[in-house]
Ligand binder design. Sequence first.
Ligand code: FAD
Length: 382
Amino acid sequence: MRVVVAGLGAMGLPTAWRLAQRGHDVIGIDRHGIASRVGSSAGDTRIFRLAHARAEDVRLARRALQAWRGLERDTGERLVDQVGLLLRGEQARAWADVLGAEGVAVAELDADGVEGVFPEAARRSGEYAALVPGDGVVFARRGLLAIADAAAAAGVELGGPERLVSVEETPAGVRVATDRRTLEADACVVAAGPWAEALLAPLGVRLPLAPAIGQVTYWRGGGAWERRPSLIDFSRPDRLGVYGLPTPGKGYKVGLDYGDEAAWNTDADGWGVRGDEEALNGDWVAEHLPGLHADGPHQSECCPWTMTPDNEFAFGRRGHVVVAAGCCGHGFKHAPVLGEILADLAEGRDLWPEARAFDLGRFADGAGFRRVETPLGARIAI
Ligand SMILES: Cc1cc2nc3c(=O)[nH]c(=O)nc-3n(C[C@H](O)[C@H](O)[C@H](O)COP(=O)(O)OP(=O)(O)OC[C@H]3O[C@@H](n4cnc5c(N)ncnc54)[C@H](O)[C@@H]3O)c2cc1C
């Protein structure tokens, strides 16, 4: 089978790799090139976690960890660092229960315990907290480059930047027009992140996708931030999560779990760092991670989310086109497994049982997005 994979982020690139591993003839294209600073997969790090609300996600993440370890063996590069994950807030209790039921090590912590693993964090007594020692950080850019090497070794044709312009169904498959050529193929995987909607609409695939810009800020304080666990803190009264993770060379990255839809622009040059967002991030860090706030923010970065109403992926096959959309806030760590799931769809197989919740058919009921008021105005919640 000949397959064109358009969009080579955390979804498309591993799909191209997995398809080539299975003996298919694969062409991978990306308008910005692989591991560019643009797109939802941009940046050095993401949280790696088995911790999830759904047992199915725990199983997918476990399988992903094995795949990342396999890529580490092949490349000699460290791709996942199990520095641990600190969960704070009542909502974390349900996650810990799911982990326990799946046989994953998780330790409840009292205030002294939290201080022991994260001395820079504010002491908050009477709240639920837990540490997942096997979770931590996945090195995103390095991981994408490792998958790109594996894909090239498996025979994927990867070139410089090339933009998908349109996909058209033909009796035998698809005709794919790019800004450089026209390709006939048996199938096309559209994994174009926040740019997907305009490519899918002419094919009759209408998804509720909401691209929005997220912003993260790096903090260092004076301490040993590099060895601190990743963090998911559910304690804000507005139910918005806050996440953090050590990013070697840069600092402890902190992000608030919402995106700014008004800031989304198809041209990445329009996504400037916002000072008011950085200040809001700083207010949170000053209150909850005071030991990291001491010497001010070191840097901020922007990156697009592509939200679906339930914050999950939107996967499916329509004719000869496989749709891989909806970045959701936790997709990167699953990348090698998402590639397997999407390769199965390209081969005409069904979604795995663990992935049925991602079926894009679920949006038929027109469910809406969750939007929240923040000090900076309305934002879409992750
Ligand atoms: C701020 C933020 C924090 C996150 N934190 C975490 C985390 O801690 N842990 C975790 O596991 N996940 C996290 N995620 C989620 C994860 O990063 C995403 O799920 C994942 O990166 C999505 O990958 P993608 O391939 O769908 O999209 P993208 O990475 O955006 O890839 C789409 C690609 O398509 C290309 N493209 C677009 N249009 C075209 C076209 N016409 N032709 C060719 N190519 C095209 C783009 O250049 C891009 O490279 C986070 C996401 C964000 C935004």
